[in-house]
Ligand binder design. Structure first.
Ligand code: 3PY
Ligand code: MG
Length: 256
């Protein structure tokens, strides 16, 4: 089966870096796939993509060196199965509160005997290759999001779930859940402390730890802390920031 770039990075002892798209654009997904990212994550929880656009975006990412990942809208086995059949190589599941939900996530995304994924990888087979059935369970990356107080309380048990490659921290929701305001790194002390505990618990359990970051400095901070899967914010954030800077620089050159 075609290798997963994120797993390859981890096997080489490297941090995996992912680009994140809030758009529903296959063109932008393709552009992101050519930026050197190990994966492009289509955000179907808060982003614009629906199932229709997700299919063309997954196809577009397939034409790049990056592996196609999706943040699913929620723990819905039907959507999870379909997005895998569409060719997603990685799934990030939001708002995982306990080990039972993490187990349900693994079951929905794994073939029997481990899971209950129904057979029909109509596009996964084209992208992955003829040995898809044998290799899919160990090639697809599953990350459970820790971003609630319950998830934090149950994080050790979540990290014990077999078949889960790791956790992915959502600092904004985690902040809200702990009574803090979301803000760029560093987060408020209690949130930073919770993030450090998540990182430690994941590594103690032999799992990977990923995190969404709020820009370049944040991504550098989390990479230096030892996170294994780092997302340095979204495409819409970087596009607006870069365009604002370009416009300001051009305006500043105007002769009076
Ligand atoms: C959060 O910070 O809550 C996230 O879900 C990041 O994507
Ligand atoms: Mg969140």
């Amino acid at each position: 089966m075609r290798p997963n770039k994120v797993i390859e990075a981890w096997q080489a002892g490297e941090t995996a870096f992912a680009a994140w798209t809030n758009t529903e654009s296959s063109y932008i997904a393709e552009v992101l796939g050519h930026t050197g990212a190990d994966a492009v994550v289509i955000d179907m929880q808060h982003g614009m993509a629906d199932m229709h656009s997700a299919l063309s975006m997954l196809q577009a990412i397939s034409a790049t060196p990056a592996s196609p990942f999706v943040r699913v809208p929620g723990l819905d086995p039907r959507l999870i199965m379909k997005l895998l059949d569409y060719g997603s190589y990685g799934l990030i599941c939001p708002l995982v509160d306990n080990a039972e939900q993490a187990e349900a996530f693994v079951v929905a995304s794994s073939y029997p005997p481990r899971g209950g994924r129904s057979y029909g990888p109509v596009r996964g087979l084209l992208y992955g290759g003829p040995d898809y059935l044998d290799a899919a369970d160990r090639t697809i990356v599953r990350l459970a999001m820790i971003e609630t107080r319950a998830g934090l309380d149950n994080m050790e048990a979540i990290c014990q779930v077999d078949g889960l490659e790791g956790i992915f921290i959502g600092p904004s929701d985690l902040s809200l859940s702990l009574g803090s305001k979301p803000r760029p790194e560093p987060a408020e002390d209690q949130v930073e402390e919770a993030i450090a505990r998540c990182l430690d618990a994941a590594h103690k359990a032999g799992k990977k730890a990923g995190i969404f970051c709020f820009g370049v400095e944040g991504a550098q901070r989390r990479t230096a802390q030892g996170f294994d899967f780092v997302v340095p914010h979204s495409d819409s954030f970087h596009m607006a920031k870069a365009y604002r800077a370009a416009l300001e620089a051009a305006r500043a050159s105007k002769k009076n």
